[in-house]
Design a protein around this ligand. Sequence first.
Ligand code: SF4
Length: 321
Amino acid sequence: MPILEVKNLKKYFPIKKGLLGNKLSLVKAVDDVSFSIEKGETLGLVGESGCGKTTTGRTLIKLYEPTSGEILFNGKNIANLSSKEMLPYRRKMQMIFQDPYASLDSRMTVGDIVGEAIDIHKLMGPKDKEERVNYLLNKVGLNKDHASRYPHEFSGGQRQRIGIARSLAVEPEFIVCDEPISALDVSIQAQVVNMLEELQSDLGLTYLFIAHDLSMVKHISNKIGVMYLGKMVELSPSRELYKTPLHPYTQALLSSIPIPDPKMAAKNKRIMLEGETPSPIDPAPGCRFKNRCKFAKPICGDIEPILKDMGNGHCVACHLY
Ligand code: SF4
């Protein structure tokens, strides 16, 4: 059984329009998205800014209330649980935030930041908590002397390690990693990804790993989902996706990954997408990628393509298939 199964998840944000502010429009940030993640695996979720990947992650752990759909965590639908009913699940589902500067309270010591969730969930007394905090700092490559310091005394990479230690404090089973390396120097990114992989195998964690391009999720993901304007347009086992990308948007994303070897790079034909991403406010019918797709046909403007399994769990939403 998957640890997490998402069925037809929608998250719409209402906005008021018109002079009196009473005409409602909807930003369809996540629109009918379904996927599942097996225990101990990583699903990479990619797409450009505004595609709904972060909103999906936040809705899964109920930082946002879903508009509709099911979120089955270990078989239990948590989509409509109240804040009180969610409390035991909050322990099991944690988040690592993108910005290691804004996500840590500068007035708290590292020890207090990492141990805060232990206090909230009343898991142990002060002595045991101190030991647990020291253990966690050690686990992410810091040490117990760092517990009494403040976030501003650390580099970006070290701050992200503190954020990771904080997410581990309450022994979660599932972690949403929301672009955890995109704000870091390139030299630090690989270290953080390797550490997340080690923690995953040591602690049996399951990740949803959100990133804005496919190069960042390549090594850590078992499966990859590609989102465009609130829709899942392709979902596939990782290797299969890199070998045979099916959706025109995925093909464009893959072609934009820089290749270090100049000879190989010369052979790579970069697909340049033209036009702007359309607004997610009340999107037009049909395929949401149609304005930028060089393969668009009349049917693409009328009928929205649904995600179809093309074999081996490789699913794509496109009228070309
Ligand atoms: Fe392009 Fe049509 Fe496929 Fe959309 S459905 S990606 S417009 S070919």
